[in-house]
Write a protein that binds this ligand. Structure first.
Ligand SMILES: NC(=O)c1ccc[n+]([C@@H]2O[C@H](COP(=O)([O-])OP(=O)(O)OC[C@H]3O[C@@H](n4cnc5c(N)ncnc54)[C@H](O)[C@@H]3O)[C@@H](O)[C@H]2O)c1
Length: 250
């Protein structure tokens, strides 16, 4: 299937690492141009370097997605460099910590700002150019935690619950401009965010046992679904959340 992504322009937040990096690489292999937006400058530039070495087109922009000025600059520099924004992948966000009674206000704010506010900022910032073109794809990284299936990490879960609700809310509105907004909810995925925790003791075996397909997901398992949602192949999907979790949460 031709995803028709050649020369399309994507912004991928959180693309210096993990699933964002995988999405960026997959988009490049489909012929798209990618802006890597991340807090991690060195790692982000490394991703760009490797993409360019392979003949792809990419640029890095230092962005904190929870800071609106940064996000406005991210969109402005993408438009200045590539002239358009066809796709936005909202993937940036911090890891989860804290239980029900020990999650303090700082951690709560960090989770809401790092995930929910970042998705809101970036989405709102790209909408005007997509509305003008009457075309666009926005893919939000959510999580199985946002579906209320865990009994810990409450702030992280609440942030993703917000992302799931916001995705449907903005999707319903943006569809009139031929903009598709959807989300993906991964289960446990092996990335730099989770590798230390998964490598502790028998955590890997324990988690694998909770997954009917009996393997921990890879960044590519999630990236391929995100890239599908960024393409015309999914043009009739509006406000949909796709669980990518090997059956861990059904
Ligand atoms: N790994 C999993 O099991 C899993 C499962 C479900 C959802 N998620 C979520 O998916 C997203 C990506 O996770 P990952 O596992 O690839 O993590 P990762 O740590 O490998 O990558 C996250 C990237 O986001 C960047 N980032 C964090 N906050 C940012 C901000 N405010 N502005 C810009 N960049 C920022 C980091 O610098 C990093 O490069 C996260 O939101 C995570 O919570 C992860």
């Amino acid at each position: 299937m031709d995803l028709k992504l050649k020369d399309k322009v994507a912004i991928v937040t959180g693309a210096a690492s993990g699933m964002g990096r995988s999405i960026a690489r997959m988009l490049i292999s489909e012929g798209a141009k990618v802006v890597i937006a991340d807090l991690q400058e060195e790692k982000g530039k490394e991703v760009v370097f490797h993409i360019k070495q392979g003949g792809g087109e990419a640029a890095f922009t230092h962005t904190n997605t929870s800071v609106r000025d940064d996000v406005n600059k991210m969109v402005a520099s993408t438009l200045a460099t590539y002239g358009q924004v066809d796709m936005l992948f909202n993937v940036a966000g911090p890891g989860a910590v804290g239980g029900q009674l020990d999650t303090d206000e700082n951690e709560f704010n960090r989770q809401i700002n790092g995930h929910l506010k970042g998705v809101f900022n970036c989405t709102q910032a790209v909408l005007p150019t997509m509305i003008e073109k009457k075309s666009g794809k926005i893919v939000n990284m959510a999580s199985f935690a946002g579906h209320g299936v865990l009994d810990s990490i409450p702030a992280y879960s609440a942030a993703f619950g917000g992302i799931l609700a916001y995705t449907k809310n903005v999707a319903r509105w943006a569809a009139q401009y031929n903009i598709n907004v959807n989300s993906v909810s991964p289960g446990n995925i092996l990335t730099p965010m989770t590798i230390n925790w998964l490598s502790e003791g028998d955590n890997m075996e324990k988690i694998t046992a909770t997954i009917p397909i009996r393997r921990i997901g890879s960044p590519e398992d999630v990236a391929s679904v995100c890239v599908f949602l960024g393409s015309e192949a999914s043009r009739h999907l509006v406000g949909v959340d796709i669980n990518v979790n090997g059956g861990q949460y059904i």
